[in-house]
Design a protein around this ligand. Structure first.
Ligand SMILES: Nc1ncnc2c1ncn2[C@@H]1O[C@H](COP(=O)(O)OP(=O)(O)OP(=O)(O)O)[C@@H](O)[C@H]1O
Ligand SMILES: [Mg+2]
Length: 355
């Protein structure tokens, strides 16, 4: 008798390779299977959702149970286009949802395919954002150059004057000029941003996060707590260490300044599959979240925070976020932000296959 030696692809591997979220439900609308795309779309874990009633495992479907039960009873599927799914307190997602009755081991169930539409909207938004940031960055750099040139001359002239006026009363004025010129020079250098060629090397992203955490923890009050939620399976990534520290530091410092004297900052790492950033599709992307429980960013401000010179802090220059965005962008990545009072999350996305 001939036996086949050909190896079959496991159904699980196929499901996990798909970019469409897939969910299987049994007769009592309990989750019997789901794939990785489903986990990342709804921000849930397989462990939590499997065997749970759908509305508990994936709370986004809270109000859709009656419709699904009807489909199950009637043995008739349906397609919902541009369906808005929302979990309480979270951003809504828009999806196309196809529900098909299935028969598994003689028992009726449902197969749900959920295709996120936000991804398409996101891609065009990302591209627009990156183009706008690029334009404003060039404008700022042009201005900074113009300001920088005469500063050296002003400083030199003030030093000459200082020598001409031996009495201390007038030297006081020249000192003011020199001090203010130095302050402007610092600002202009930050506006020009880093100008060295990135030195990329393979490193562990958690080492960068831990470095930043230690730096900021030393600056902040004791009542600010750092929580860490790292995915230790994240592979090393090729990045410029200094630039990575600079970007994360700018974001974590903002979080510290936002929460004031007491609060929590959470550093979280995850991987995401099949993410499109600025028009390029990536198989695997590292997601670094910096979350704080501060007052949040008001909606009108949210639109502008990545633009240079936008600040609400008296001593702020409004350069921290645009610099961080520029550095992450030069690594092929993107920073996004979502915020409500009590929860602000900055997510840094870095593609892994750049190495
Ligand atoms: N986690 C946060 N919570 C609330 N508001 C924030 C947060 N992060 C940033 N912001 C807002 O975004 C603004 C811009 O931040 P950005 O880091 O670019 O500049 P800055 O912190 O004001 O100045 P600096 O150049 O010193 O960083 C801040 O002034 C603040 O209003
Ligand atoms: Mg800042």
């Amino acid at each position: 008798m001939l036996t086949s030696t050909r190896r079959r692809t496991r159904p699980d591997a196929v499901l996990d390779g798909m970019t469409t979220a897939v969910i299987c439900l049994d007769q009592s609308l309990r989750v019997t299977a789901l794939n990785s795309a489903c986990e990342s779309l709804f921000g849930i874990s397989r462990r939590h959702a499997l065997d749970a009633p759908l509305t508990e495992g994936i709370p986004h479907f809270g109000s859709h149970e009656p419709r699904l039960r009807k489909a199950l009873d009637a043995g008739a599927g349906f397609i919902d286009r541009e369906l808005t799914l929302q979990r309480v307190g979270e951003q809504a997602i828009t999806v196309d949802c196809t529900v098909t009755p299935i028969l598994v081991d003689g028992k009726h169930g449902l197969l749900m395919e959920v295709l996120p539409l936000d991804r398409h909207l996101r891609i065009s938004r990302d591209e627009l954002l990156l183009a706008q940031h690029q334009a404003s960055r060039e404008l700022i750099r042009g201005l900074a150059h113009e300001i920088k040139n005469p500063l050296g001359g002003i400083r030199g002239a003030a030093q000459l004057l200082e020598r001409e006026f031996p009495d201390s009363e007038h030297r006081e004025y020249t000192r003011v000029i020199i001090r203010e010129v130095d302050r402007l020079q610092n600002l202009v250098n930050r506006m020009l941003g880093p100008n060295r060629v990135p030195q990329k090397a393979l490193l562990n992203i958690h080492e960068v996060l831990e470095h930043v955490r230690q730096l900021v923890q030393a600056e902040g009050p004791d009542e600010v707590h750092f929580l860490r939620d790292y995915d230790p399976s994240i592979p090393d990534i090729v990045v410029d260490r200094e630039q990575m520290i600079q970007s994360v530091l700018n974001i974590v410092r903002n979080a510290l300044q936002a929460i004031g004297s007491t609060g929590n900052i959470t550093l979280r790492t995850r991987t995401k599959r099949q993410l499109t950033i600025g028009g390029a599709r990536h198989k695997l992307v590292i997601q670094i979240d910096v979350e704080d429980d501060g007052p949040g960013i008001p909606a009108p401000m949210m639109e502008k925070i990545f633009y240079p010179m936008i600040t609400t802090r008296p001593e702020g220059t409004g350069l921290g976020l645009p610099i961080a965005q520029y550095l992450i962008h030069s690594h092929g990545g993107l920073i996004e932000c979502r915020s409500r009072p009590g929860c602000t999350v900055f997510s840094i996305y870095l593609p892994l296959e750049l190495q």
